[in-house]
Design a protein around this ligand. Structure first.
Ligand code: ZN
Length: 465
């Protein structure tokens, strides 16, 4: 059976304490990489010894891993297997508590990465010592592979278990930003997990109430505390009905990583099996994202708009005129997240409509929006796109297109609203909602733009995402 993995990412809205705790975890992971790499260098130089010794040497140099100069001349790539390395790590953790604060999945990920780097040199090969893998530099993108240590709690919060020793593990995130079958898969598995935990709670309750088991009582306290913090009642949680066949499977191999330019994001990964519906229209659909119309689209014989399902403002609210008493809501950060959720719920049908339409076409030409760009369009467009889920929906299209055999092309945006899609003449930027040209072409501005994206892609000007 055909199995693919797809990933969706969402921004995390962290407190400063949570952000610094993630940063600290990453520093710990990098230290692990340094120690493992030093150890492999040691073996490559022909020395013997265990990972334990390497850790000891690192500890003796006051926590900073000792990075000796590369062995002179030739070195031999050690024949260590991943399993052997993982066993050594496990032993080291048990004996010396090495990296105790770090989640096992994240440490295993480092071991896998580092061994892949070494293996790329060829097993037991003699190589120039200067070509051996280096320690990760400080500017490497932070990436924490947390497995099932990241769990969604509700539409706007998730729990990162690795944060709990140092700070609040409940993190605000726009968990709702997922296309439909994937969203259902996430919550289905969440419900399954809760039902299992409820069964465990029931068992420990009986163990301490019926048989006086104090350990069971402590476990009952821990379970209640954990879920109460997330406003979840475990008592009475039932197993959900089995999902329909061929629904995506959430893999619980969740990654939390730094976003270039600032902030952090969560990456959910899903397994999709079975053949997905293929495109049926052998044509390229031009797609123009916008504010008045969320989307305008045009192909050879189809054109139209998907208008914004909420007419009023979309901007984040301010706090009213200065001097007005008490306009800040209680728990404002969460209230803001719920406000985004309410807006998204209104927008979601428009995003779903675009996805369904786009995935019916052999190719899609989407305007190549320069999100970090400047004045080519009203400067609040990037903010609008994030706040309404429009930007996420473009990511979804790019992610899902290959499953449906659909090609996505990003078309250069320059003058796409001021160019006539019939004769190609560049006029001035249209003021109203209708585009008109001296050649007689008249049509809604956004549809004319969508036609231009399509034509540019057909002319080979588009780039792959
Ligand atoms: Zn014209």
């Amino acid at each position: 059976m055909l199995v693919s993995v797809v990933e969706f990412r969402q921004a995390l809205h962290l407190t400063p304490a949570q952000e610094s705790a993630l940063r600290q975890l990453w520093t710990g992971i990098r230290d692990v990489q340094h120690v493992l790499n030093t150890y492999l260098h040691h073996l490559a130089a022909g020395h013997s010894g265990t990972l334990q010794d390497a850790i000891l040497r690192a500890v003796q140099s006051q926590g900073v891993p000792a990075l000796p100069g590369l062995p002179a001349g030739q070195a031999r790539v050690p024949t260590l297997t991943l399993k052997a390395l993982k066993d050594e790590i496990r032993a080291a953790r048990q004996q010396s508590g090495w990296g105790d604060a770090l989640p096992a999945t994240a440490v295993t990920w480092v071991a896998t990465e580092i061994l892949a780097d070494w293996r790329a040199l060829g097993r037991s090969q003699n190589v120039q010592a200067s070509n051996l893998p280096h320690a990760w530099s400080a500017d490497r993108r932070a990436e924490l592979h947390l497995g099932n240590g990241v769990q969604p709690l509700d539409e706007v919060t998730l729990e990162i278990a690795a944060l709990s020793p140092t700070t609040d593990a409940v993190v605000l995130a726009d968990v709702f930003l997922l296309p439909e079958p994937f969203r259902a898969a996430l919550w289905h598995q969440h419900a399954q997990r809760l039902a299992k935990e409820a069964g465990r709670l029931d068992a420990v309750d009986r163990a301490w109430l019926d048989h006086g088991d104090r350990d069971a009582q402590r476990e009952a306290l821990r379970l209640r505390g954990r879920y109460a913090a997330a406003r979840i009642m475990l008592d009475g949680q039932q197993l959900p009905p089995a999902p329909p066949k061929n629904t995506p499977l959430w893999q619980e191999k969740t990654v939390v990583r730094a976003v270039p330019g600032g902030g952090w994001e969560v990456v959910w990964s899903f397994q999709v099996s079975g053949q997905q519906v293929r495109w049926m229209h052998d044509d390229t659909l031009g797609l123009d994202p916008g504010q008045r119309n969320v989307w305008a689209y045009a192909s050879a014989n189809l054109s139209g708009v998907i208008s914004r399902p909420c007419g009023g403002v979309w901007e984040p609210p301010d706090h009213g005129p200065a001097g007005q008493p008490l306009t800040r809501p209680h728990n404002e950060r969460r209230a803001q997240a719920e406000l985004r959720l309410a807006l998204y719920r209104r927008m979601a049908p428009a995003h779903a409509q675009m996805l369904a339409l786009a995935l019916m076409h052999r190719a899609c030409a989407v305007e190549d929006v320069r999100w970090s760009g400047f004045t080519w369009r009203k400067n609040n467009f990037a903010q609008y796109a994030v706040y309404t889920g429009l930007r996420a929906s473009i990511d979804w299209l790019i992610t899902l297109a290959p499953l449906h055999g659909v090609q996505v092309l990003l078309a250069p945006p320059g003058h796409s609203t001021a160019t006539c899609s019939r004769c190609g003449r560049l006029g001035s930027r249209p003021r109203g909602t209708t585009f008109s040209c001296s050649c007689g072409h008249r049509e809604p501005v956004d549809i004319n733009a969508a036609r231009n994206h399509r034509q540019r892609a057909l002319a080979g000007q588009g780039r792959r995402p």
